[in-house]
Structure formats: structure tokens, C-alpha cells
Design a protein around this ligand. Sequence first.
Ligand code: FES
Length: 128
Amino acid sequence: MPQQPSPSSRSKRKITVAAVEDFPPGTRMEVQVGRAVIAVFNIDGEYYALYGRCPHQSAPLSRGRLQGTVICNAETGWETEWAYDGEVLVCPGHGMEYHLKSGKAFGYTFKLRTYEVVVEEGQVKLVM
Ligand code: FES
């Protein structure tokens, strides 16, 4: 009986998003990979990718604005503080906030799936 490769032994595939020159800083794209929609952002030359649909009512997160948010926790001594400036993705549907780099939802315990992004031979690629 043939053996199936374990999940860890399968090689990851890379999906080309765009050429680097077509994906400048401050822009974002939405990519469909199979049934998954992935939002990819270029923030000052660093690329970030996360699941592209808000779990609340499926609004397209690639259209969300980026800003900071107010936090208040033990690390801030329970004082309100502006944080994550430019790293908070606001859902265009009803305003849920997600940390672009980690996918974590602010104020909730879940996070969106994030994806590694690499640049190879002038192409921006998702690693899946
Ligand atoms: S669809 Fe995102 S908050 Fe409602």
C-alpha cells in the first residue's frame, strides 16, 4: 500500500500575487486561491497576508482602512493608549478591527489565518 506523505513533509506551494513593481507600498490586493480569498498588503515594502473575508458577515477585508487602535490592559497599567498605528485593519462592513500582522481580532479571542509572503525573482508570492 502506498504511503501518504505526512502534512509536515508536504512541500508548501507558492502562489504568485503580482510583480513587485505592480504592488507598491501603500497598496493591497485580493487573491483567490481555490475557495480561499486572501487579502495581501504592502506596508512600507513589507508584505502581509491574511484571510480576506470578515468572519462576521464576510465583508472584503482588502477594502478595509488601516489605522491604529486604543488599547487598555495590564501592559498599559489599565490606562488607554493609542497603539499599533497603521497596523489595524478595520473591516469595511461593521468596523471590527484586526491586527494586520498577526490576524488577531481586537476585543475578541479569535484570529484570522495569516500567510507568509515572500519575494522571489521580482514576484510577490504567497506561501501556502
Ligand atoms: S462584516 Fe466585518 S464587522 Fe461585520
